[in-house]
Design a protein around this ligand. Structure first.
Ligand SMILES: Cc1cc2nc3c(=O)[nH]c(=O)nc-3n(C[C@H](O)[C@H](O)[C@H](O)COP(=O)(O)O)c2cc1C
Length: 247
């Protein structure tokens, strides 16, 4: 992370990390944020050594605020606390975030403090220190219908609030294979994501116009898109079979 400009930490939960579809959207955003002079660092939880939370309670009772494990989470937590802006990204895996990102978030438990509060109809962890972080979330999914993002959006909204941050924008890209098969259909949306990154870096906000443009529908016929996915998989399997025969 550079020492100049606003510090933005990017966490891409894709198990395919730099190779994935999620990364394409993440990089569009980062490109804008860097043009807006943010110092960005991208982390991939799938590449980090992170033990699963043992729910042992040590961070509550024995060593308040500190986990029993010392692995890559120590550095991740330090980076998260130093960041002014946060971008969380994940592909949809069975209607939620990836297990790599989920595992990382569970290990934030020690930072949330031991006490709870009931505010505006829900329970919060009372964080040991108040954060003024602004956050954005990005997700991609194989399914073509936007309904697919309903549950991950709900989870992201609640988790970001639990983290004491303010969620200022969400960008969702369905039918992620369109990034390869029909890139022209979502070029405008990716451009909007880049512009949103620049706005976010400038003052931690994103205009309503860019949020709408970035989430503009590009799948005209979800049923046809699903047939396309099945056809694509059949073709890939056939190619794979022929390659195996050749070898
Ligand atoms: C384990 C697993 C579960 C998935 N579950 C869903 C799902 O519930 N809904 C969906 O639309 N796509 C699902 N997908 C597809 C991914 O969300 C989609 O391909 C995404 O763009 C992958 O992003 P990545 O290339 O960054 O990993 C799943 C993929 C995997 C590997």
């Amino acid at each position: 992370m550079s020492d100049t400009g606003t510090k933005m930490l990017v966490i891409n939960g894709s198990h395919r990390a730099e190779q994935g579809f999620t990364e394409r959207v993440v990089q569009a955003f980062v490109q804008g944020a860097e043009a807006g002079k943010a110092g960005c660092e991208v982390l991939y939880p799938a590449r980090q050594k992170i033990a699963p939370c043992a729910s042992c309670g040590k961070c509550l009772f024995e060593t308040p605020g500190a986990c029993r494990y010392h692995d890559d989470m120590d550095a991740i937590i330090a980076k998260m606390e130093a960041a002014e802006l946060l971008l969380l990204a994940s592909p949809v895996y069975f209607d939620s975030m990836s297990s790599a990102l989920q595992k990382m978030i569970e290990r934030l438990r020690p930072t949330f403090g031991p006490y709870f509060a009931f505010r505006e109809g829900r329970t919060y962890h009372l964080k040991s220190r108040e954060q003024q972080q602004k956050a954005v979330v990005i997700s991609t999914a194989g399914n073509p219908e936007r309904e697919t993002f309903v549950s991950i959006s709900r989870v992201f909204n609640r988790v970001v609030k639990s983290m004491g941050a303010q969620l200022v924008g969400e960008f969702y890209f369905p039918a992620s294979h369109f990034m390869v098969s029909h890139p022209e259909l979502l070029a405008g949306q990716l451009e909007a994501v880049t512009m949103a990154g620049k706005e976010f870096a400038a003052d931690g906000s994103i205009s309503r116009e860019l949020l709408a443009q970035g989430n503009k529908e590009y799948v005209a016929d979800p049923e046809r898109a699903v047939q396309g996915i099945s056809r694509m998989i059949l073709e890939m399997r056939e190619r794979y079979r022929l390659e195996q025969e050749d070898n």
